[in-house]
Design a protein around this ligand. Structure first.
Ligand code: SF4
Length: 360
């Protein structure tokens, strides 16, 4: 790939994501006692949003009259809370990283296939954790001696999508920048990366952007940045610091891959633009995830998005069981093989040095 000749300035017209502004912000007494909770409180107030101080630490009154009303209210609510004790007992998260941890739970976007559906308890309120310093400090206990330990921060949230109201992602990148043998991984469908470019990450943060065809992004990923905006964000993150970029090793998560009509053309068009945007020397990785669903996620998503165009037809899928006996529906082997060979071959000739970390 030729060396870049220009500063960070992607010229294509892009639809930036609209910053999420919650209609309701609540803070618990415990969160208000935390210095990081106060930082978020001030940040939210400076955005002109009123903050309700709760009298108790339990969140109540979050439900509407039905699931859709509950969903609508919850997705417009930011709750600043302290993470429970369970957040300090980290769980492995293969194949993405050694461990997962959480800066927040819940996400302001509206993806009709959302991975969180059914994973989190209760209404999908966005809960931002006020005891962030303790959460970060605890990660050191999970460092594996003599090797790099990786920590994934986006299993239960999109940390970039709420960064303007939390500041927690920047703080986490700074923290990892000061650690040895600890790497941070996060993924997003948003594009407001400018504040992350000057941070001293020291190569210890591996940001990824989730990409899909324009059709999937426009029809099924409400509230997120357009594909072009995400590609522009990746370019900024990967661009060397001397050229005004972030100098990060970056990643692309192609997910969820769906063989919709014209899928080869649409994914080819996506990869063409990505290749063009990363036309300079940089480190990039790929993760490839096909669409899947469980009976629980299907039921909830169909309640949240009754007019969804997602294909939830079990009869065209193969049934798989996880190690706890839970069911999931994936594409049959013949479709999987067709998709896999397409992406492997397209990526190999466009990004010959970029590893595909996994296919699933
Ligand atoms: S960005 Fe991720 S977490 Fe947020 S709604 Fe979409 S799939 Fe769910």
């Amino acid at each position: 790939m030729p060396e870049v000749q220009e500063e960070v300035n992607v010229k294509s017209v892009v639809r930036k994501s609209k910053l999420w502004m919650p209609k309701r912000v609540i803070i618990t007494p415990a969160a208000l006692q935390e210095p990081w909770g106060q930082q978020m409180y001030e940040r939210v107030k400076s955005l002109g949003l009123p903050v309700e101080e709760l009298k108790q630490n339990r969140l109540t009154g979050l439900r509407g009259e039905d699931e859709r009303e509950t969903y609508r209210k919850a997705k417009n609510t930011l709750a600043i809370v302290t993470a429970p004790a369970s957040a300090f007992k980290l769980q492995p998260i293969p194949p993405s990283a050694d461990y997962q941890f959480h800066l927040a739970e819940g996400c302001p976007a509206h993806c009709q296939y959302c991975y969180l559906a059914g994973s989190l308890q209760g209404p999908p309120v966005i809960r931002a954790f006020a005891n962030l310093p303790a959460i970060l400090e605890n990660l050191k206990n999970y460092r594996k001696p003599g090797q790099v330990t990786t920590f994934e921060a986006s299993c239960y949230t999109d940390p970039l999508g709420i960064e303007h109201v939390t500041g927690s992602l920047s703080e986490t990148i700074r923290f990892f920048g000061e650690q040895e043998n600890m790497h941070l991984r996060w993924v997003s469908k948003f594009d407001q990366v400018d504040g992350l470019l000057p941070l001293a990450h020291n190569g210890n943060t591996h940001p990824r952007l989730s990409l899909n065809t324009d059709f999937v992004a426009a029809r099924m990923e409400g509230g997120t940045a357009s594909v072009d905006a995400r590609i522009a964000a990746i370019r900024k993150l990967a661009m060397p610091k001397v050229l005004g970029g972030g100098g990060y090793k970056v990643g692309i998560v192609l997910a969820p891959i769906m063989p919709l009509p014209d899928w080869q053309d649409q994914y080819t068009y996506l990869l063409d633009r990505l290749e063009q945007a990363l036309n300079f020397s940089c480190e990039v990785t790929f993760e490839l995830i096909t669409h899947r669903f469980t009976p629980g996620s299907k039921a909830l998503l169909q309640e949240w998005y009754p007019n969804t165009s997602i294909d939830f037809d079990e009869s065209t899928r193969s049934l798989k069981f996880n190690k706890f006996g839970g069911k999931k529906f994936v594409y049959p082997a013949v479709t999987m093989n067709m998709l896999r060979s397409f992406f492997q071959s397209e990526l190999k000739h466009r990004f010959p040095d970029a590893p595909i970390l996994y296919w699933t």
